[in-house]
Write a protein that binds this ligand. Structure first.
Ligand code: SF4
Length: 421
């Protein structure tokens, strides 16, 4: 029987639970520490965790980094009381040296030495000791509990109980998920042109500027990997505005329109506010379409942005997604995206990496989006790859960034074409 549902709304999903090749949630610190400028992320972990953070952030140079790893060794297990005392000493030294820190995140990891520590309780103890000058919160970035972008979800969910209660139920717009500041500023200008002025962001640029939340809060997700944060905000009265994510010209318009509809913006005013920027974005994509149209794409699960990326690449630059893998498929947040995804794309959730590699080899795609661990072996087999981590580190949301996003995918194809001549 033919389905009348659009796109991939009710398409079958290949669910696999096997060995997976995905970063852990500690990776989120690399972009979160730049975002919340008076926060500090103290990972309680092993040398492996320290190496991961250093190599993931190694491309960036900071005079005073806002993250560090407190390394727990086996010997620290001599007594948990000792480990807690050591943690207290590390935090006291850090806060003494860095009086600019207003919020300290203790970030859990997965070595057994760390799992035995109750970091949530440690955060409460340190928070009380800070007398309100420095808030101390806990979340887990452990590879057992989180993959890659789920670290941001865990961090933002930890912030939700700290948000002040809204004093009235007047509608306000809350954009949820880390965006580059330049993107936030562009979005603010567009919302202002529509007459929506009460717009706040989570995470804020300063930990002390947490936005209020309540029954008037209309929540527009800027990232597709925030299931726990969204649930926590809904529990505090916020209403989720379903929308595609702001990738590409069409994607950004649909995302903005979800807010415009919720705030009663007239179609004419919406058109006036967005049409010039949307036209510019469409024009900027035209030359990239020449490189990308008709090229096949295989997306391994990594950042949870895969479905939005595949929708943009298929609809706006004509790529053909063969398989769209995602670590998790949150239908309540991705419903509008699924409706726009080409019907013949294969959807997969979770991973059994060897089986997925076999499907990729069978498909022989022109381009593979994958994590760092898979990119080198696939390049050695002759595939052209793009690291999915770049789609998280690069500002790609909004009209002005549409061409930058397409360029991320065009560059490896051009490089390969040059090598072939
Ligand atoms: Fe590795 Fe676990 Fe540390 Fe992540 S949290 S770097 S998976 S040891």
């Amino acid at each position: 029987m033919l389905s009348s549902a659009p796109g991939c709304t009710d398409a079958p999903v290949l669910r696999q639970r096997g060995q997976r090749e995905v970063f852990c949630g500690l990776t989120g610190i690399v972009w979160l520490h730049r975002k919340i400028q008076d926060a500090f992320f103290l990972v309680v972990g092993s040398r492996t965790c320290a190496h991961l953070l250093q190599s993931a952030a190694g491309v960036m140079i900071f005079a005073e980094p806002r993250f560090a790893t407190a390394i727990l060794d086996e010997r620290d297990l001599a007594g948990l009381a000792d480990a807690n005392d050591e943690l207290d000493r590390v935090v006291a030294r850090l806060l003494e040296r860095r009086p600019d820190i207003r919020m300290l995140f203790l970030v859990g990891s997965c070595p057994s030495e760390v799992i035995k520590l109750d970091l949530s309780r440690a955060a409460q103890r340190l928070d009380r000791a800070g007398n309100g000058d420095v808030r101390v919160l806990y979340y887990s970035g452990s590879g057992i509990e989180t993959t890659f972008t789920e670290g941001e979800d865990a961090c933002l969910a930890a912030l939700v109980p700290e948000m002040p209660a809204a004093t009235d139920s007047k509608p306000s717009l809350l954009i949820v998920g880390s965006l580059a500041e330049v993107v936030e500023d562009q979005m603010l200008r567009l919302f202002s042109a529509m007459g929506i002025d009460d717009v706040r962001f989570l995470p804020p640029r300063r930990a002390r500027d947490l936005p209020p939340v309540g029954r008037g809060t209309r929540m527009l997700l800027a990232q597709p990997f925030l299931a726990n944060t969204a649930r926590a905000l809904e529990a505090r009265g916020a209403t989720h505005l379903p929308a595609v994510f702001p990738l590409g010209a069409e994607g950004t318009t649909l995302w903005l329109r979800a807010a415009a509809d919720a705030f009663g913006v007239s179609p004419a005013r919406f058109h006036d506010a967005t049409s010039a920027a949307e036209d510019r974005a469409r024009r900027s994509l035209a030359p990239l379409r020449e490189t990308l149209a008709g090229k096949t794409l295989f997306l391994f699960p990594d950042s949870q942005m895969e479905i939005s990326l595949a929708r943009f690449l298929a609809r706006e630059v004509g790529m053909i997604p063969i398989e769209v893998g995602t670590p998790y498929l949150h239908r309540s947040h991705l419903g509008p995206e699924l409706a726009l995804l080409p019907r013949d794309s294969r959807l997969s959730e979770g991973q059994d990496v060897e089986l997925q590699l076999d499907r990729c080899r069978d498909a022989q795609p022109d381009l593979v989006l994958c994590g760092l661990g898979l990119a080198n072996p696939l390049e050695a087999e002759g595939f052209t790859t793009k690291w999915s981590i770049e789609t998280v580190f690069t500002p790609i949301q909004g009209y002005n960034q549409a061409a930058d996003l397409a360029e991320l995918f065009a560059r490896p194809l051009r490089r390969r074409a040059r090598l072939m001549v």
